[in-house]
Design a protein around this ligand. Structure first.
Ligand code: GDP
Ligand code: MG
Length: 330
């Protein structure tokens, strides 16, 4: 029997996917339980949700009393979006972080140098994007907390080691390992409506070490043996080849817009630190980010931008445009 899930349910599930704290997760699961159509076709989903909620409550209690909940690591979202690096050992994940951010993780020719997922901030023009370095995924092993991190990421970069004959097999292992779980990779992000909990995270394929001998032959072999519909960026993280193209592609894929806020008393907006919101967002969504008092107290705003005349007065339902300058009034 089809589950016939409602829009509200699917929205709660999408938010559940992005949750990074136990409280957020619990709130989403409770909403999902409230919204799930109660009939035979959803019996096992209802039971599944109940179990998840009760486990999460135990985790929350354990966390409060200072015990480790065993749910492992959570990384709060920061910046315009979150990108997770995935790959087998030695694919060059840590080297990518070194080359594209100011962080300096250990890069080494032996596997398992990176032992826990570690976030770094990658600049793009005047914004920053969170990039998470991770330990390798292999046929036999994946850290349990990797699933939550992959689900909640806006984008995954699946890195391939073109410097070794094992690179293709290693990337296939990552795909197989995740393919057997409810956290999978795809050309774009979506949730499976017929299988609750099954989520797909948008992924770029990033064959690395194109500077290495025989890398071109291995790349051809990768395409032949492992055909994927992911967008591909071929790079050398060590020599910097194609990294600026990748950086821009990452930002574009987040589909965010930048908004500069200006105080009524100031002549110029703060150009150094734009706020970022998903394309299509309305003014109210920005207001809450600028200050929580604006969520309820917002009266109107003046906007300078390409879509409106300078200083136009708008209400909360105004659709924001990239690089708008916004002056909020309580
Ligand atoms: N030739 C070449 N070697 C690289 C490149 N990127 C990383 N490496 C080397 O590959 C090894 C593993 O890199 P690392 O970033 O630690 O891989 P990780 O295990 O995926 O984090 C190190 O010896 C790096 O110097 C690259 O673009 N070209
Ligand atoms: Mg590493």
């Amino acid at each position: 029997m089809p589950a016939n899930l409602t829009q509200q349910y699917l929205k709660a599930e999408a938010e559940y996917r992005r949750a990074t704290t136990i409280e957020e997760e619990l709130a989403c699961l409770q909403l999902m339980f409230k919204e799930i159509p109660k009939h035979k076709g959803t019996d096992h989903l209802q039971a599944d949700l109940k179990t998840k909620i009760s486990n999460l409550k135990k985790d929350a209690a354990a966390e409060k009393s200072g015990k480790k909940s065993g749910r492992g690591l959570r990384i709060p979202r920061q910046g315009a979006g979150t990108v997770i690096l995935l790959g087998g050992p030695n694919a060059g994940k840590s080297q990518l972080i070194c080359s594209m951010t100011r962080a300096t993780p250990e890069v080494a020719a032996y596997p398992y140098t990176t032992q826990t997922p570690t976030p770094a901030m990658m600049p793009f023009e005047d914004v920053t994007i969170q990039v998470i370095d991770t330990p390798p995924i292999t046929k036999d092993f994946i850290e349990p907390h990797m699933f939550g991190l992959i689900r909640s990421a806006d984008l995954a970069l699946l890195m391939v080691d073109l410097g070794s004959d094992d690179g293709i097999e290693q990337v296939q292992e990552v795909l197989d390992r995740l393919g057997g779980t409810k956290t999978r990779l795809a050309a774009s992000s979506y949730l499976d409506e017929n299988d609750v909990g099954l989520s797909f995270t948008k992924t770029f394929l990033v064959p690395n070490k194109i500077d290495a001998p025989e890398s071109a032959e291995r790349l051809a072999l990768l395409h032949e043996l492992c055909p994927l519909d992911f967008t591909e960026y071929i790079v050398s993280t060590q020599e910097g080849t194609n990294l600026e193209t990748l950086r821009e592609a990452i930002y574009r894929s987040l589909d965010m817009i930048r908004i500069y806020s200006k105080l009524p008393t100031a002549k110029e907006p703060d150009r150094d630190r734009p706020f970022t919101v998903p394309r299509g967002s309305q003014l109210v969504e920005l207001a809450g980010q600028v200050h929580k008092d604006f969520l309820k107290g917002l009266k109107f705003a003046r906007v300078w931008g390409e879509a409106v005349h300078d200083g136009t007065v708008v209400k909360g339902d105004y659709e924001l445009h990239d690089k708008d300058v916004v002056e909020l009034h309580m």
